[in-house]
Design a protein around this ligand. Structure first.
Ligand code: 4AD
Ligand code: MG
Length: 482
């Protein structure tokens, strides 16, 4: 009989074509049963659910059935039947079974039981095959799509900014070098330093930490743009919120001031959350149960809010907006600060905020997402617009529960004079930034932008606790397998 194309499990589970013949292909999660009938739970990655395959044992070769183990890949032709037992609408009564790839079960690291996330990180090449990482991969795709949809609807242009760059946008100096020089035998200048003029690009280059500076060039001609690319930071931060390679979305808008910037950031975050609730409900339900299971042993007041409830909560409330100085007052007088509970005590204006402070404001004090503005210039990048007080800049950080900083952004300094003044103070060579400064020389306008760490957003939406679990192949200090 001629067979139509394979049908994906996500579509089969929605079908009403009872009695029709179909072909499914996938990987066996489990097989159970007795000498009369076997039940195979088959997954093909198209959704969180497995499809139940019913196998009448006497109709099949015993040797063939033995090869249907956890991890094996199979192709099944069979009839779509109404399901009574499996908790799903349909199941497949198998007519033909083909083993596509045997699985050496004794060596297969994924057993049909719960594995720790730490263990799964060591086998990241196989973890897509678990419920948790399948769900995360699908949610991640949906979030990528939602990002492009949001900005497209608003008329923003997506701009590709370079990955290899000669400038250090954030001025933090934590960059990965890009070179083709022979590291064991580098050419030297007369002063004995490495002669980068002999290097591939004729100058020292790095992997970018941000697409912002090039994004600004585009915005100051195109109006509203956004970038969505990989960014790299060589800081040695072994935390649950830092990666060495992460993806960042950076909108940049001409004619926007800081208030417009905050409005856009809030609207954007809510759009992504609503998109997940509307389009990823099966995966979110699974991730919610996973989280509750994981937190079972925590004390009631340490447990996080149920995942879907938390997402709906953020949608339903305005973010709190206040200045850095106001936040410092709150933190300085807070219980944990007075009792010495913060690892980094808050002494007053000028203290850099750590994630413990950010999370106190969001989780304990306001119990809502917070946008902090007007930070001291000394703890922020050179390009932020100086306020009239000469002391603070038009920065904004969006702080989220469990995450801390999820967005960092600012209104940009549009005065050439003030910008070059800041660069002098911070030892940033003007001659290397001539192209950036040209935008302030030729038709400068008020403009603003921000960066959303895509994996931090993924942490929030999936309820996962470690950023290494929301990107397929994490890069972190001493971590670059796969
Ligand atoms: O605050 P950051 O460093 O800001 C910038 O890079 C600006 N150029 C953005 C802009 O205005 N266009 O980084 C922005 C966001 C942070 O809020 C955080 O969500 C994320 O990027 N981020 C990281 N995510 C994962 N791992 C890291 N090491 C990260 N560093 C920053
Ligand atoms: Mg920041």
């Amino acid at each position: 009989m001629e067979q139509k194309r394979r049908t994906r499990i996500v579509d089969l589970l929605k079908t009403s074509e009872i009695g029709q013949q179909t072909n499914v292909k996938g990987w066996v999660r489990t097989k159970r049963g007795n000498k009369h009938v076997n039940f195979i739970a088959l997954n093909d990655g198209s959704c969180i659910h497995n499809l139940q395959i019913v196998v009448d044992v006497p109709n099949f070769d015993e040797e063939l059935l033995k090869r249907i183990t956890t991890g094996a890949s199979v192709s099944i032709i069979g009839e779509i039947c109404e399901s009574t037992g499996s908790g799903q609408k349909v199941e497949i009564q198998a007519k033909e079974i083909e083993i596509l790839g045997d699985c050496d079960v004794d060596k297969y690291p994924l057993q049909p039981k719960k594995h720790s996330l730490e263990f799964l990180r060591e086998i990241a090449h196989l973890r897509f095959r678990t419920n948790t990482f399948g769900a995360i991969a699908r949610v991640r795709h949906s979030m990528i799509f939602a990002v492009h949809e949001f900005f497209t609807k608003k008329g923003f242009l997506n701009i590709h900014t370079p990955i290899i760059t000669a400038s250090d946008a954030e001025g933090a100096g934590e960059m990965f070098k890009v070179t083709t020089l022979d590291l064991d035998n580098t050419p030297k200048t007369e002063e004995g330093q490495i002669d980068y003029s002999k290097d591939f690009f004729g100058k020292a280059t790095n992997l970018t930490v941000s697409g912002q500076l090039e994004g600004e060039l585009a915005a100051l001609a195109m109006g509203e743009i956004y970038t969505f690319g990989p960014t790299f930071r060589a800081e040695n931060s072994n935390t649950t919120r830092h990666l060495s390679e992460f993806w960042m979305i950076e909108p940049e808008m001409a004619f926007y001031n800081l208030d417009d910037n905050m409005d856009l950031a809030e609207e954007f975050l809510k759009y992504l959350i609503k998109y997940a609730l509307d389009n990823c409900s099966d995966d979110l339900k699974f991730l919610s149960q996973r989280l509750q299971e994981e937190e079972k042993n925590k004390k009631a007041d340490e447990r996080s809010m149920e995942l879907i409830e938390k997402l709906e909560f953020v949608l339903a409330h305005d973010f709190i907006r206040l200045t850095y100085s106001e936040a410092i007052d709150i933190l300085k007088n807070s219980k944990p600060n007075k009792k010495g509970k913060f690892k980094y005590p808050i002494t007053g204006f000028g203290s850099d905020l750590q994630s413990e402070h950010e999370r106190f404001l969001v989780e304990k004090h306001f119990k809502k997402p917070v946008i902090l503005t007007d930070y001291p210039k000394d703890i922020k990048a050179f390009y932020m617009k100086l306020n009239d007080d000469g002391n603070t800049v038009r920065a904004m950080d969006v702080l989220f529960p469990q995450i801390g900083e999820i967005i960092g952004g600012s209104q940009r300094e549009d005065s050439l004079e003030k910008l070059t003044g800041r660069m002098k103070e911070m030892d940033i060579p003007e001659e290397e930034m001539w192209w950036y400064l040209d935008t302030r020389r030729f038709g400068s306008v008020e403009h603003s932008g921000f960066g959303l760490g895509f994996e931090r957003m993924m942490l929030f939406v999936t309820g996962m606790g470690n950023i290494r679990d929301v990107i397929p192949f994490p890069r972190a200090p001493k971590t670059a397998e796969f």
